[in-house]
Design a protein around this ligand. Sequence first.
Ligand code: DAH
Length: 342
Amino acid sequence: MGYQLSDITTLLAEGLKAFADASTPDRLEEARRKYLGGKGLAKAVLGGVKDVPKEQRGEFGKAANLLNKQLEEACAAAKARVGDAKPVAAGLDLTKPGTKHELGHQHIISQTIREIVDIFSRIGFAEVEGPEVEDEAHNFEKLNIPQGHPARNEQDNFYLRVAGPDWEGKPVPLLLRSQTSTIQVRTMERQQPPVRVIAPGRVYRPDTVDATHHYMFHQIEGLAVDKGITFGDLKSVLELFVREYFGANAKMRLRPHYFPFTEISAEVDISAEMFSHLKKPWLEILGCGMVHPNVLRAVGYDPEQVTGFAFGMGVERIAMLKHGIPDIRHFTANDMRFLRQF
Ligand code: DAH
């Protein structure tokens, strides 16, 4: 090997510096291996003693032993300073890589609701909610859907137990609400005009589940009632919503329709130009209209004094359109590969 005494002096200086500089257990371990390890430099020097000419061997051997001793002391001192790279206590290894906790995020339905509600909040609509278990008065009667109307069919609604009896001694059937329009009624019962609310929530219908139907989905309801509200107001609010949500060049049209709780009634379609995944030219996104005088009367408003507009949209439908989601069942399947995309 041919180490000289001067090599030992240099090695000692370098080694002491390496231990003094070691600021982490990893760096210390690196220095320990380099100088004191089985194949380390200090061991190599010791191993070289036997090759030194006899007359210098004694002095060289002493220096080699001293080198080892001093480096071992420096190593021990450094260990005390930065801690050991080995486990410090059974079961606790501070040097192990940490467990990475994945942060969750909002479900795409919640994100969609937030985004839509925010748009209406910015133009003065207050967010409200209503109960998912409703009575027939709020789900039907006061929305101008009288007894015997086909929408009240037992097969088309999730009727629950019967509460009651009411003040006439009649039982009160309850059901899972089939539309968020119930919140229109509950809001107007609570307050006097002017009213401007936006109301998201779950609704339930006993539909057979397929790519576009589910027994539970979400709607967002809007309502504005005041003196002198016109269909023109409704149209400008909806145009603003469509541009804000779907983009500045989104086109919409109003198409005459029928709903029991509005007169006149319309559906809003948006142009499919912007959605490359769709073939139809127009896509229905919501129902709307001027609040029916019977609905205003049912909550004690005077239709001669105030008018209003209302609209309702399906959240899943809108999210599917915007993001090109082909199947409504994805929303509830809890497949992380789907959920992580949003
Ligand atoms: N409630 C209707 C539905 O579930 C949607 C709707 C249509 C709501 C017209 C409205 C409206 O407020 O004015 O299909």
